[in-house]
Design a protein around this ligand. Structure first.
Ligand SMILES: [Zn+2]
Length: 76
């Protein structure tokens, strides 16, 4: 069965759009991963030694176990 040339014309366009979609997905995955890593801050309680994180970067965060305010152990 012979293939008509007119049916092969959109092929380069489809391949280009598929490549751009793949690049966009990779960019989104990298950006989301980097963004999430940047927002996490780690705290260690000075009185009960519990290690906890907060979703936002703040200079002080309250310990969920004893309620003491602690500075970030590893600020981002
Ligand atoms: Zn504590």
């Amino acid at each position: 069965m012979p293939v008509d040339v007119i049916h092969l014309l959109p092929l380069p366009l489809i391949l280009t759009l598929a490549a751009l979609l793949g690049l966009a997905v990779l960019y989104d995955l990298r950006t989301f991963k980097h963004h999430k890593k940047k927002e996490d801050a780690i705290y260690r309680c000075a009185s009960c030694r519990r290690v906890y994180t907060t979703p936002r970067q703040t200079p002080l965060a309250r310990c969920p176990a004893c309620g003491k305010q602690n500075p970030a152990a590893r600020p981002r």
